[in-house]
Design a protein around this ligand. Sequence first.
Ligand SMILES: [Cu+2]
Length: 402
Amino acid sequence: MTGLLIFAVIILLGVAIWQLSKIFQLTKIGAAVYNENSEVATDKDNNVNGWLMFAFVAFIYIFTIVGLVKWGHFALGTPASEHGPQYDNLLAISFWIIFTVQFLTQFLLHYFSFKYRGKQGNVAYYYADNDKLEFVWTIIPVIVLAVLILYGLYAWTNIMFVADEDKEDALYVEVYAKQFSWEVRYAGKDGVLGKANVRYIEGVNTMGVDMADPHAADDIPASELHLPKGKRVIFKFRSQDVLHSAYMPHFRAQMNVVPGMVTEFSFIPTLTTAEMREDQKIMNKVAHINDIRSKKSEELVADGKPALEPYTFDYLLLCNKICGPSHYNMQMKIVVDEKADFDKWIADQKTLGTAVKESQEKPAEGGEGAPATDTAAKDTAAAVIPQDTTKPVAQAAQPAAH
Ligand SMILES: [Cu+2]
């Protein structure tokens, strides 16, 4: 990197010296003498540059269109939450305005550069100002931006506001972030999450739940985020260490996860994982990914390595704040089920109270649930934590990854 910078500086210095020498030569010419070798632009130069303006605007247009066709499939596709379509609508309106304005203004900018290109003998026309024109080109963006911002604020309040009666029968889920994995905790039978603090982290209680709190024992920790379709889910986000961001792209949801405070987001899932797998856009994406994987597999097999498994679609919770070396892989699977399947799944999960009690009855069996050891704390490799949340080793003694 430093080598590249030094190289760039040398090149730029060279260019600067070359330009300076040209200016120096120009000053020596004195009165302008127009001939082929002169450094002063001729009509031919001006024509060439005028037409190049058109070439440039054509390049911008073609690049935009090719980009949309070639990379358009990377857009997120069908939203899987109730507020998703409203969010997509706001984005689509903003993009249409940007594209239209960009299309027109770029054309005008380059067209006028061409139209008023230099011509020998032409003198620039002196034009002081035009109040009416300035008023018009100020008021139009003001109105457009005001409408966009007001619509954005309206959408934001709509998405973020949860009515009291909706809060009552909502599902409360805590999402706990730490370098570099997620854990989730359901509020359990009483519908209230037990209090938590990083100081209570011990053994299987990896999220630091205060077991003295009467709401704590029925809480249900999980290493996969299951959500019931059609039910409002209220997420409470906490971080153990640094700033993270919980990003659930298919649900158009993102919230910063800040150490020392609880942040919130809420949405209603509208498509189960099975339904989303049948979605045409998702099927195209999966087919595209599997194309790449099968090509890669051929190379791997040729090298005598095992082939890659075909990819199947799953919703994901991702970290969207660069939080350290393994940030890129900080993710958790989200499963959206029909209500009945969700109820069945959650009934099978162990409550935190039971898990803590069991771990106290048979402590440190085979290392599971054992407190962090000195070796693990000192091992820098602990910064790369596997997705296995049953091992609390790396969390309690986390080396700072900055
Ligand atoms: Cu993170």
